[in-house]
Design a protein around this ligand. Structure first.
Ligand code: PRP
Ligand code: URA
Length: 210
């Protein structure tokens, strides 16, 4: 339906997403699930990381093996809610660098307001995974990726848990070169620009602030 958008329909991801959406799921379990889903999504979305051949001496013989080529990737969560996905990726790629971009949606205009940006200096030599559980209007993701592109990274991927069609439309229009990975593609946004059916406010559910 959209070019460069991948909905991850693995049964484990879909099972966990179902529990994540449930309003009865508490903050502790919500945090655990976000992290687990992010890890499973990372496994799928890192399939095309480049490899190089090295020589390895096993206890039996010397052989050719494969290891990741180049510098390890960078992970950039969009604060706050993107923080919930970081551990999941670090479980798989512990040497990844972590940058942070702080953004919140203005409650009236729903436009992103950025308040923080700290990124690894050598981003130009890395693949970057941008993390945010929710792609609603797409404003936050569009602005975050625009900011990251100023550093000319090798490649950028955007990973969210739930995407709205409006957000995908907006994001893929501005950044057609950036693949989007999501676990669920929902119906629409409501009048407050929340995703329907969605899971509510991801940041509040992760940090228990409501
Ligand atoms: C949420 C979410 C995204 C943004 C998505 O953050 O984590 O960053 O909204 O909406 P958009 O696609 O319409 O821009 P929020 O502004 O609630 O901040 P928080 O993570 O600090 O709670
Ligand atoms: N941010 C959220 O946390 N949830 C939504 O549904 C939309 C934006």
């Amino acid at each position: 339906m959209y070019d460069n958008v991948f909905v991850m329909d693995h049964p484990l991801i879909q099972h966990k997403l179902s529990i994540l959406r449930d309003e009865k799921t508490d903050s502790k379990q919500f945090r655990e699930l976000i992290s687990e889903i992010a890890m499973l999504m990372a496994y799928e979305s890192t399939r095309d990381l480049p490899l190089k051949e090295v020589e390895t001496k096993t206890p039996i013989a010397v052989t050719k093996t494969k290891v990741l080529d180049g510098k390890k990737m960078a992970i950039v969560p969009i604060l706050r809610a993107g923080l919930g996905m970081v551990d999941g990726l670090l479980n798989l790629v512990p040497a990844a660098r972590v940058g942070h971009i702080g953004m919140y949606r203005d409650p009236k205009t729903h436009k992103p307001v950025d308040y923080y940006c700290k990124l690894p200096k050598d981003l130009g030599e890395r693949d970057v995974f941008v993390l945010d559980p929710m792609l609603a209007t797409g404003g936050s993701a569009v602005d975050a990726v625009t900011r990251i592109k100023e550093f000319n990274p090798k490649r950028i991927k955007f990973m969210c848990i739930i995407a709205a069609p409006e957000g995908l439309e907006a994001f893929t229009k501005v950044h057609p070169d950036v693949p989007v990975y999501c676990a669920g593609l929902d119906e629409r946004l409501n009048e407050n620009c929340y995703i329907v059916p969605g899971l509510g406010d991801a940041g509040d559910r992760i940090f228990g602030t409501k």
